[in-house]
Design a protein around this ligand. Structure first.
Ligand code: GH3
Ligand code: MG
Ligand code: MG
Length: 320
């Protein structure tokens, strides 16, 4: 597990660094509180930190306070390290947001077991967070998490960073597949669909399971044409090869509806609704195809769909 050490005393820092590395931690060491805060506010921040109380810039207590008030990281286990050992100091340290407190001079073995306890809590927290945000069948984001990702992207879009698109994906005639192959094979097919869809996406795109056999993709950046290309790639990656389930191989297709955020007045639910309307148009037009909603007033663009039809590799043949 990654751990941050912040201590302005170079020899103490070196000693801690080598002990923690020996105990199996992946150590990041910094010499002051400002550097500690910089490291802890990053998206890949260590989940465990050992912070000296007295440091130049920000002290350990101030770092704890900032982490608890300002960090977006869901959880971080913070241990204060200090010569202050009065009860009042302990109270102040813990009240600032520290999880534990080790007094100097400290016993190395005591520090080792206290950090192990912190590591257990950090790991448990990570596992709980993983369970709370991921779909247990497919491993992709669950509905609440993917909608939260969309809301965060929309907030960034409104601040002027970039546009945001969404794609709704629904497996075609999935009830029929369940009825013929059985529910367990239906589950296996859903896992394979999400695995393939993920392969067709970029690292910046987010895939979530929105409902039973319905997925939502959040696509930051790009325009209508690039969103339509991604949706078309997803369509192809499902339709181009049979899906293997325990009962055998079967062809599957998906229908897709896509929409791009129209500005500050459009909220996540409105954007999803437009993508959903486009998806239902795709279903009505024969399935295994992409429909794009280009604006709130002109919900479904027929021109772009024709472009999609002209695309190679058997694109959207059934879409009229
Ligand atoms: P359409 O092309 O119009 O989308 O038809 P469909 O059959 O895919 O749609 P419908 O909404 O009628 O059926 C969806 C089916 O998905 C019904 C439900 O039993 C199945 N389903 C939903 N969640 C799961 C799941 O977790 N596992 C399995 N195996 N099936 C599921
Ligand atoms: Mg379906
Ligand atoms: Mg459905």
């Amino acid at each position: 597990m990654k751990i941050l050490i912040a201590d302005d005393d170079p020899s103490a820092r070196l000693l801690l660094k080598s002990a923690l590395a020996d105990w199996g931690y992946d150590v990041v060491a910094v010499p002051d509180g400002i550097a500690a805060w910089e490291a802890l506010r990053r998206t890949d921040a260590p989940p465990l930190a050992l912070l000296d109380w007295l440091m130049p810039g920000l002290d350990g207590v101030e770092v704890c306070r900032k982490v608890r008030q300002e960090s977006e990281a869901p959880f971080m286990y913070l241990v204060l390290l200090t010569g202050k050992a009065e009860t009042q100091d302990v109270i102040q340290g813990i009240e600032s947001g520290a999880d534990d407190y080790v007094s100097k001079p400290f016993d190395m073995q005591e520090l080792r077991v206290r950090l192990r306890a912190g590591q257990r809590i950090a790991e448990l927290h990570r596992a709980l967070l993983d369970q709370a945000t991921h779909d247990s069948l497919t491993g992709v984001w669950n509905r609440r998490a993917v909608v939260e990702i969309l809301e965060r992207e929309l907030a960034r879009a409104v601040r002027g960073d970039h546009p945001v698109g969404v794609i709704m994906v629904d497996v075609d005639h999935f009830k029929r597949l369940n009825d013929t192959l059985g529910h367990a094979d239906g589950d296996a097919a859903l896992r394979e669909v999400s695995r393939r869809v993920n392969l067709a996406l970029r690292p910046s795109d987010s895939l979530g399971r929105y409902g039973g056999e319905e997925f939502l993709i959040v696509v930051p950046g790009g325009d209508h044409s690039s969103l339509a290309s991604i949706a078309e790639r997803v369509r192809q990656v499902i339709a181009e090869a049979e899906v293997t389930t325990p009962a055998g191989r079967t062809l599957m297709t998906v229908s897709l509806g896509a929409a791009i955020h129209q500005g500050p007045s459009e909220r996540a639910d409105g954007l999803i609704k437009r993508a959903d309307d486009a998806l239902y148009q795709a279903k009505r037009d024969g399935r295994n195809c992409v429909k794009l909603s280009t604006s709130a007033s002109d919900p479904i663009s027929r021109e772009l769909i024709r472009e999609e039809k002209a695309a190679p590799a058997g694109a959207s043949e059934s879409c009229r």
